[in-house]
Design a protein around this ligand. Structure first.
Ligand SMILES: [Fe+2]
Length: 510
């Protein structure tokens, strides 16, 4: 029933043009009205106190982070709980939780929204585990996770998600991924929540907690977290649209801290070191999947300067130095940047750049790090990107204006999960024009929603664009629109001949 209500509401609202009407879910609505509004969007939760589900994340060879949050009243300002609640946890090698290999008990504190982040260590590399929590006499659902392998790895299969605006649709792609028994992990590229729009706008910690609790009111999102571990970064909407760094003003610094904390409290994030904890958690990190793949996870929001300024930075000095060290010290496996926002140049057919909130607003720094990568002899380089709400596949060059500069890698910009892109008429008219002024662009498709699936072996990187038949329908079919390959040792992607006939608004090589 809830899902049907959400679809019905969306269709009715789109038909009536009513979605611009503010729904002040966070501030002005009392609890009864807030729950009614959430129910109209299809929200429903697990049994209390584990209403928002369970999750695991940031796998290392012998360690994963297990997460839950106690929220018996998910949209309340204050949870009806003591300040400290003890939470027991168990890890087992079977889904029935009979072969328990690790267990413990941790305090959940009101200070952190009664969230729990258990760092489990001493696990076996490359192995599946199951886990659950117990508190207040209740068990949580059982989640499944996996540790990173070590040594020689023959294949890895993972997916990326981005831009999952709740009121813009259902999550059929997540249903598809949760059912994928052969998936190793999920990468989230940001815009996990949107700070506002039709539901009102979040400013305070209580607001962001309710916002995250609303998103966790989607059963398919909870199922996906329970099925696979996540590696996460963020983009802008976890705080507010197009923000830069700390922006200086005290009110913004307080809002950003509230948003960062609300985000941390609802996700399986490993905080490394006292100097990198809240209110400014260090997200950028390096992870390896044996000898096959390395993930260079970037934070392109927290440390950035204003765009289009002399000496501007999207990385910040420390992260830039770290990124260069990761490039020069790379492992020899596929080298993948987890990149929240468009890396490649994107000239506007009408002049200038399309958007300078992306790397195009930081030209000198982009050229510096890509030139550094070229000179370091980078190979087998792939970037996976979110934010744009449309799919782009493109060559990465150290100098996009110099077509004799070598292609050093491939950028895959994924469709959004639900967040609206441009109209189909805009895409049809402008896809070819974007191609004309951006010769590194190979492919553009903007009319669909879904996720990217990556199947990687020592010989070949495969990206499959998985699209949903209808983002307003939680039970919609999910299919592969097109598949692209990069062969080991040869920079540049090419399309599977079998999918070349699929719909797109631009192909460089039709
Ligand atoms: Fe987005």
């Amino acid at each position: 029933m809830p899902a049907l209500d959400r679809r019905t509401l969306l269709r009715a609202a789109l038909g009536a043009g009513a979605l611009g009407t503010a729904w002040p879910l966070f501030r002005e609505l009392g609890p009864t009205a807030a729950y009614a509004a959430a129910a109209a969007l299809g929200a429903s939760w697990d049994a209390a106190p584990f209403t928002v589900g369970v999750a695991s994340g940031d796998p290392l060879p012998t360690s994963v982070v297990l997460w839950t949050r106690l929220a018996p009243d998910p949209l309340a300002d204050v949870q009806p709980l003591p300040d400290i609640v003890q939470v027991d946890w168990q890890v087992a090698t079977d889904s029935a939780m009979t072969a328990v290999v690790a267990s413990g008990s941790v305090p959940a504190s009101a200070t952190l929204g009664h969230s729990v982040h258990v760092v489990v260590d001493g696990l076996t590399p490359g192995r599946r585990y199951w886990y659950r929590f117990r508190a207040l006499g209740q068990y949580s659902r059982t989640g499944r996770t996996k540790t990173a392998p070590t040594g020689s790895v023959a294949s890895v299969r993972f997916a990326s998600l981005n831009c999952q605006n709740y009121q813009s649709g259902e999550y059929p792609g997540m249903r598809d991924l949760a059912a994928d028994a052969n998936l190793d992990f999920v990468v989230h590229l940001g815009d996990y929540v949107y700070e506002g729009s039709e539901l009102g706008t979040a400013y305070t910690l209580a607001d962001y907690r309710k916002l995250h609790a609303l998103y966790k009111g989607d059963p398919l999102l909870r199922d996906l977290h329970a099925a696979h571990p996540f590696y996460l970064t963020w983009d802008d909407h976890e705080v507010v649209n197009d923000y830069s760094g700390s922006r200086g003003a005290a009110t913004f610094v307080a809002r950003r801290a509230a948003a960062y904390q609300g985000w941390y409290e609802h996700l399986p994030l490993r905080i490394e070191g006292a100097d990198s904890a809240l209110p400014d958690p260090q997200l950028y990190r390096y992870r390896q999947w044996g000898d096959l793949l390395e993930l260079v996870i970037l934070d392109l929001r927290q440390y950035r300067s204003e765009q289009n300024v002399t000496g501007g930075t999207i990385l910040g000095a420390a992260q830039k130095q770290w990124l260069k060290s990761r490039v020069s010290g790379r492992s020899g496996g596929w080298h993948c940047w987890v990149n929240s926002i468009f890396l490649s140049q994107q000239k506007n057919p009408d002049g200038g750049y399309m958007f300078t909130d992306q790397w195009d607003g930081f030209l000198a720094e982009r050229k510096e790090v890509l030139t550094y990568a070229q000179q370091a002899g980078i190979a087998d380089f792939v970037t996976i990107t979110g934010d744009w709400h449309s799919a782009f596949i493109q060559d990465v060059r150290p100098d996009f204006d110099n077509l004799s500069a070598p292609v050093i890698g491939t950028e895959f910009v994924a469709h959004s999960t639900t967040s609206s892109g441009y109209s189909s008429s805009w895409n049809t008219a402008n896809g070819p024009r974007l191609g004309q002024v951006n010769p590194h662009l190979q492919y553009f498709e903007g009319n669909r929603y879904g996720y990217d699936l990556y199947e990687v072996t020592p010989q070949r990187w495969t990206t499959r664009l998985r699209v949903v038949a209808d983002r307003a329908d939680a039970s919609a079919a999910v299919s592969t629109l097109t598949s692209w390959y990069v062969d080991r040792g040869r920079a540049g992607a090419y399309e599977d001949p079998a999918t070349k006939g699929s719909a797109a608004q631009y192909r460089r090589n039709p």
